[in-house]
Design a protein around this ligand. Structure first.
Ligand code: KG4
Length: 316
């Protein structure tokens, strides 16, 4: 079976083509600005403009024609309304034109589900990106969010901090580099409530410390990462203890961070459970994870009516 997936919840438009065990194509383009941040209307225009060329590129890479596709999947949310509308419309147009079934996919679940292509069975997922920070897992046949950020996503916190100290976008990789030169831990606000987290106090205090001129920027970056990542590891460990699952996966753009990987590796080794991070192109926002999750859903009997595929609150 072959599935085509369209991802476009935020500023990345991605198109992926997969089978049950292989990614045939995974192409994307991200609308970035110097300052960072996303303008929903501009991102939607970006997706509309690039939909056709990216689709062509994906089909070429996979070496198939659209007629060979068995199911069309699209990211149904959560995401920015104007972007979701473009994606849903494109998926629907393709489904109608080529007479293909269509499946709407939850973006956060897709980030975790793609790990199953690599043999992961039933993980606790730590999903960390610009907009999202969640700990989620299957419980009783349904995905549940065990904990999440109560304010901003960890990637957004890193990007904003980087912007405030004069580094460009995306900030995550630049903060990681700075942090490697950190020598001293500076106390910063640590906010975990049950399995929920908060990063706004940490961000404000880190910026305040930077502006005070009393601290080395490398030490602030190091302390920022240590504090935020310790909180992420704590909530993940709590979810593991609660669900008694034996696998942890790290997904989303911030999964690129080596220190976060290392801290999760230590926690999972201590507990004697498995830890997995997919290749980066399947960690960041991408179409292959949407295609793969759509394929699994379709095979499990999930069916959508074409008229259901408009951006629909019920499925977010
Ligand atoms: O999943 P993703 O591609 O999509 C968005 O949510 O936009 O994630 C992008 C995020 C950005 O915030 C970026 O700064 C962060 O991932 N990121 C990193 C690293 N590489 C990318 N954060 C920390 N360390 C990194 N090495």
């Amino acid at each position: 079976m072959i599935a085509l997936g369209i991802e476009g919840t935020a500023h990345t438009l991605g198109i992926g083509i997969v089978t049950e065990d292989k990614v045939l194509a995974n192409v994307f383009h991200t609308l970035t600005t110097e300052k960072g941040g996303i303008h929903p209307k501009e991102a939607a225009e970006h997706h509309a403009k690039l939909m056709k060329p990216l689709l062509k590129k994906a089909l070429q890479k996979a070496g198939i024609s659209i007629e060979d596709v068995d199911v069309i999947a699209f990211s149904q949310g959560p995401g920015l309304g104007p972007c979701l509308r473009v994606v849903a419309t494109a998926a629907r147009a393709l489904a109608i034109k080529y007479g293909k079934p269509i499946v709407g996919v939850n973006h956060c679940i897709a980030h975790v589900e793609i790990t199953k292509m690599f043999g992961v069975k039933d993980p606790v997922g730590l999903y960390v990106s610009g907009g999202n920070t969640q700990v989620l897992a299957l419980e009783g046949g349904r995905y549940r969010v065990f904990g999440e950020t109560l304010d901003i996503g960890i990637g957004n916190a890193l990007d904003t901090f980087a912007r405030e100290i004069g580094l460009g976008f995306p900030g995550g990789p630049k903060i990681e580099k700075l942090a490697q030169k950190g020598e001293r831990y500076i106390e910063l606000p640590y906010a975990v409530k049950g399995m929920d987290l908060s990063f706004s106090g940490l961000l404000t205090e880190a910026v305040r410390k930077f502006k005070s001129g009393k601290y080395r920027i490398e030490d602030i970056a190091y302390s920022f990462q240590e504090t935020a990542f310790a909180a992420l590891v704590e909530v993940t460990e709590r979810a593991v203890a609660h669900t008694e699952k034996e696998e942890v996966v790290l997904v989303g753009g911030v999964a690129a961070n080596n220190r976060l990987r290392e801290m999760l590796k230590i926690m999972t080794e201590d507990r004697g459970i498995k830890f997995f991070v997919p290749p980066y192109d399947l960690c960041r926002d991408n179409g292959a994870m949407i295609a793969y999750t759509g394929l699994l859903m379709y095979k499990a009997g999930v069916r959508f009516k074409i008229e259901d595929t408009i951006v629909n609150q019920k499925f977010r």
